[in-house]
Design a protein around this ligand. Structure first.
Ligand SMILES: Cc1cc2nc3c(=O)[nH]c(=O)nc-3n(C[C@H](O)[C@H](O)[C@H](O)COP(=O)(O)O)c2cc1C
Length: 545
């Protein structure tokens, strides 16, 4: 047992690192050594604490004092504050943007106190490179429980009853997928964790892998036991080097402790995990494309009808593919029971949703909220509203597969089904807030530009259709729009949604459809009056109300 009194947690998420958090960490170590404080104060690296807008972040435990926008120059003062008589540094506290009042403890900051962090419970609190931290918080207890107290069928039953739905986009019931994979004939089966995360604006899978890799591994090992697999893969894009590094460390440590490998914890169950680095193609997040990519082939979705991946996946063997956050939920469900999980969220969307909250919102970052919370609560209470006294215009959820929702949806509960009804989707959790200075035609153009580039090119509706839609949108933003263009866009959307092979094409028209549905007047202003109401499209008259 350590006799240290305080711990300084220095966020080492990708966002904070880009703000100099690594240098702050090293400098703190030097300064604490210089002041002979190493015995009484421990300094620890953590993964992302979520409030990326205010980074680099430093947290002092056990008081939970929250320092934000810390600079290298602040290090000597932070160190001095631990000397006898030292006081916390008020200038580093979060200050309420309205009252200007300092808020010293992170639990009192609106960005945090409206959240329910269950999947992200360890992110920002443990050192992701030290399995000891994870074990100290009950890590791998769920694995022990599953292996020794439950049959694979009982584990699947627990997941089914919890109501957990996959957090990779479509919200497919996780337990049903696990059951299908267990029931699929064949001795050799695989588990895959989908950490591809190609949606623009989304970073929650990366942060989870970087900040709490063992929760993901634990979920995967339990899944392996439940379906009868001996081997798992984590598919991570190579643009996520920190996630790859931390996952590698976590896998090595888990092997060393007997949680991975042969005869796990003496149970007779063998399971190991390998990391596969993808080259960064959005379409490789699609299940059948991802499977081909691991097999060393070009990542292209397989045409329908086809057997499901759960029955015929990797090397044609039954394969369970789930998202990073889906796996990270599993240890919680096993530890706390399905009833606990099912009591959270809405009737059909249980548990929590995780969003990368970005765009024109005061508090950007990673948030976890109970399913069913309203968009208004997310954007105004947690996000702190729209900066610069601008008006809210729209919120985009679900990345290129999702849509843009206007202010009339602010009181809509956020769950899988409500978002789809509104024309958008949960997707993998990107949430981009837009203010009055955003041109909705330009936004639609941006997403179509993304999907046309990311189309695998295999099917004509997606390859040529998205290209054609992009050209029409490009013309409209450049003042070359024709009166028939809106109808043409709707027609093309219909053809692409119905004719495409996979969900990339099928959902690609969503940003266009929702912007036409909710902001048609902006399209008309561009086409009929050659005017961009938001003043964004350069070729058109810049006119603002
Ligand atoms: C074009 C495209 C990209 C996708 N990208 C991802 C991704 O990055 N991560 C992910 O988990 N699922 C992605 N999906 C969904 C997966 O195909 C799959 O449904 C999901 O990984 C299953 O996990 P879940 O059941 O836990 O949601 C994508 C689907 C499509 C069509």
């Amino acid at each position: 047992m350590s006799n240290r009194r305080c711990t300084i947690l220095v966020c080492q998420g990708t966002g904070c690192i880009s703000g100099g958090a690594e240098q702050i960490f090293s400098s703190l170590e030097e300064e604490m050594a210089r002041l002979n404080l190493e015995e009484s104060v421990q300094i620890k690296r953590t993964g992302c604490h979520g409030f990326c807008q205010r980074g680099p972040l430093v947290i002092i435990e056990p008081e939970s004092i929250f320092y934000s926008k810390v600079k290298l120059d602040d290090v000597p003062d932070i160190a001095q504050s631990f000397l006898p008589g030292g006081k916390p540094l008020e200038h580093l506290f979060y200050h309420d943007p309205v009252t200007g009042e300092p808020i010293p403890h992170y639990g009192d900051i609106p960005f945090y106190n409206k959240q329910e962090r269950i999947v992200l419970r360890n992110c920002g609190h443990i050192d992701p490179e030290d399995i000891g931290d994870f074990l100290a918080l009950g890590g791998y207890e769920a694995l022990r429980k599953a292996l020794f107290d439950k049959t694979p069928e009982q584990v699947i039953e627990e997941v089914k009853r919890s109501g957990l739905r996959g957090l990779g986009g479509a919200g497919f019931p996780t337990g049903r997928k696990w059951e299908a994979c267990r029931m699929a004939p064949g001795e050799e089966k695989y588990v895959i964790c989908n950490g591809d995360e190609g949606d623009p604006g989304a970073f929650q899978d990366r942060s989870t892998m970087e900040g709490d890799p063992h929760s993901v591994l634990e979920g995967m090992i339990i899944a392996g036991y439940a379906i009868g697999a001996k081997k798992g893969f984590i598919y991570v894009r190579a643009e996520y080097p920190l996630a790859v590094k931390r996952l590698k460390i976590a896998i090595a440590q888990a092997r060393e402790e007997g949680f991975l490998g042969k005869d796990i914890l003496g149970s007779g169950f063998d399971f190991d995990i390998e990391i596969f680095q993808g080259a960064g193609a959005f379409v490789c997040g699609e299940s059948t494309a991802l499977v081909l990519s691991i097999q060393g082939k070009r990542g292209m979705p397989k045409p329908l009808p086809r057997p499901r991946t759960a029955e015929m996946g990797l090397w044609d063997k039954p394969t369970l593919l789930n998202n990073v956050k889906t796996f990270a939920n599993i240890p919680l469900i096993i530890n706390r029971g399905w009833e606990w999980f099912a009591s959270r969220g809405t009737e059909k969307s249980k548990g929590t949703a995780i969003f990368s909250l970005t765009g024109k919102v005061a508090n950007c970052g990673l948030i976890e909220v109970p399913m069913g919370v309203t968009l208004r609560e997310i954007i105004y209470d947690i996000g702190g509203g729209i900066p610069g006294e601008k008006a809210f215009k729209a919120v985009q959820t679900g990345g290129p597969s999702g849509g843009c929702l206007p202010a009339s949806f602010l009181d809509m509960p956020v769950d899988f089904d409500s978002l789809v009804t509104a024309g958008s989707m949960m997707g993998s959790g990107g949430m981009v807030v837009m203010d009055e200075d955003t041109c909705m035609v330009d936004v639609a153009r941006y997403f179509l530009d993304f999907t046309r580039r990311e189309s695998c090119g295999q099917c004509i509706p997606c390859r040529l259709g998205t290209e054609q839609m992009f050209e029409v949108l490009d013309d409209i933003t450049k003042g070359r729009g024709r009166p028939e263009d809106i109808d043409l866009l709707l027609e093309l959307s219909d053809a692409i949604a119905h004719g495409s092979l996979c969900a990339l094409g099928k959902t690609a028209p969503n940003p266009v459809l929702t912007t036409i549905r909710y902001f048609r007047d902006e399209y008309e202003a561009h086409i009929d009056e050659k005017r961009c109401p938001a003043g964004v499209c350069r070729e058109l008259t810049k006119e603002k109300s």
